[in-house]
Design a protein around this ligand. Structure first.
Ligand code: FUL
Length: 502
């Protein structure tokens, strides 16, 4: 009876501990789901591919578009094999050319030799995504250098009509991509002139966003200023080391944004607006033969991964198909090698079997105990008492253990909290500080010096509210040549099944 009564008492003590309150702003469920995707692909493909252009002027002839071996399955399989969870296609870029037979323009696949004008590449892409279980995203450029009415109110109607075609005809869309390049010179139906628009008002973004909300309520919208996912302020592949998923959203509009603020987010932001790192595997976004030797190396891709996913952002990696309509072998192979390298970085979680203790546990409750960070469940978390903003977790190994990576996650459904943290290791020479950092957010991964340690301590030194840590992992990654090395010789050959998609 005594044991039963004690059990009951403990149980009720557990249950009586008040859950932490959210610290606003917090993410919507779809933003949390989006963030869990971590890596996904970008596909720039269109008339530019055939005219060796990056920003088509709007005057390229649709007759030049003829991908003889177009194979969307090959694209999507390549991305699945490389561990990506989704893919976003440029349904229309700034040159106005549409990869689907839009009812509102002739500047599309309809007037190309591809399948004698009967083709619909958005359809083929959507079918391939569905077949492979990949999430599908679409890019519809607001700027259109082909349209005679660009800059006039009529164009907004045209733009929304196209958005409706894309968001009703092809199934579920996880992300709608609104780029910030806006206005400037173009063909504009033969006018050949420069047109400037007011970036803040011309598109009536709230009205356009409404179309997306109505037709695809589960989709997140990307632009410089969200409303759901923000640009990271550069196209080089890095988020700020300090990266808040918060922004004063009203101060930002597509094409008119403070890049530094986008890179770091704003601790006092009014909205939950996490960063997406868009970057290309090649110098350009579109395929150019001259860039075949310039495909990013595995060490460079790893650098991008650590500077995006490793810094509380997502990694949107562009891999452009060539004129045949397939992803070239060099890019495809590189992706397989990248996936292999990533798997090697995170092959065994050394913290999983270690003991973990905490300097403070919310209400002494097992529900918020230290072991919640190693239980493999990011829905549970270690929490401190409300007034404790400086606290540590210590991982204790049975044997001295070699490690060089630390992965830590906050429980973001209740808000981003940590402002400052430190990582220390108990080595043969005593405690050694390995890193002093700022934000964590959804995920932070640190590349640390390789040390042998008996214990590893993560101390949250400052937080907006009591810290909530859902996951802590330690790894020992192999030595990879520095990113300037440009060789992948040290890595094992590409995964065998990867060959299927070459
Ligand atoms: C930018 C565009 O101007 C580039 O061409 C590319 O599409 C990139 C992803 O977004 O805004």
């Amino acid at each position: 009876f005594l044991i039963f009564a004690t059990g009951l008492f403990l149980l009720s003590a557990c249950n009586s501990v008040k859950a932490p309150e959210a610290i606003l702003p917090i993410p919507e469920a779809k933003q949390v789901e989006w963030q869990k995707m971590e890596t996904y692909a970008f596909v720039h493909f269109g008339l530019n591919t055939f005219n060796d252009r990056e920003w088509g002027y709007g005057d390229s002839d649709p007759k030049t578009f003829n991908p003889a071996k177009l194979d969307c399955e090959q694209w999507v399989k390549t991305f699945v094999e490389s561990g990506m969870k989704g893919v976003i296609l440029t349904a229309k870029h700034h040159d106005g050319f549409c990869l689907w037979p839009s009812a509102y323009t002739g500047h599309s696949v309809k007037n190309s030799p591809y399948k004698d004008g009967q083709g619909d590449i958005v359809r083929e892409f959507a079918d391939a995504c569905r077949a492979e279980g990949m999430k599908m995203g679409l890019y519809l450029s607001p700027w259109d250098r082909n349209r005679a009415d660009y800059g006039k109110p009529e164009y907004i109607e045209y733009y929304r009509n196209q958005l409706r075609e894309l968001l009703t005809g092809y199934g579920d869309v996880f992300e709608v991509w609104f780029d910030g390049a806006n206005g400037g010179d173009g063909w504009y139906g033969g006018a050949n002139e420069t047109r400037t628009i007011d970036r803040n008002t011309y598109y009536d973004w709230p009205g356009t966003g409404q179309v997306v909300r109505e037709l695809q309520p589960g989709a997140v919208m990307f632009s410089d200023g969200g409303p759901d996912v923000r640009w990271v302020g550069n196209e080089k592949g890095f988020a700020g080391e300090t990266n808040w998923s918060l922004l004063k959203r009203a101060d930002f509009a597509p094409g008119a944004a403070d890049r530094e603020a986008l890179n770091a987010g704003q601790e006092d932001g009014t909205h939950w607006l996490p960063a997406e790192v868009d970057v290309s595997i090649r110098p350009g976004w579109y395929y150019h033969e001259a860039e075949d030797s310039l495909v990013r190396t595995v060490p460079q891709l790893l650098d991008i991964y650590y500077a995006s996913v490793g810094r509380n952002a997502s990694m949107l990696l562009n891999v452009p198909p060539d004129k045949t309509g397939r992803i070239p072998a060099v890019d495809s192979l590189r992706l397989m090698e990248f996936a292999r390298a990533l798997a090697a970085e995170f092959s065994k979680d050394l913290a999983a079997d270690a003991r973990v203790s905490a300097s403070n546990v919310r209400g002494h409750s097992g529900r918020y105990g230290a072991m919640r960070v190693t239980d493999g469940d990011t829905a549970t978390y270690w929490a401190t008492d409300d007034d404790v903003r400086n606290a540590s977790l210590t991982v204790m190994f049975d044997q001295p253990t070699v490690f060089n990576r630390l992965l830590v996650q906050e429980y973001i459904p209740l808000g981003q909290r940590v402002r400052k943290f430190r990582v220390e290791a108990l080595t043969a020479d005593g405690w050694r500080t390995l890193a002093e950092e700022t934000t964590i957010g959804y995920k932070r991964i640190l590349r640390l010096p390789t040390v042998t340690a008996k214990e590893v301590r993560l101390t949250v030194e400052e937080a907006k509210a009591c810290p909530l840590i859902s996951n802590l992992q330690l790894f020992c990654a192999p030595d990879v040549p520095a990113s300037s090395g440009g060789t992948v010789a040290a890595l094992p050959a590409a995964v065998p099944s990867g060959n299927a998609v070459l």
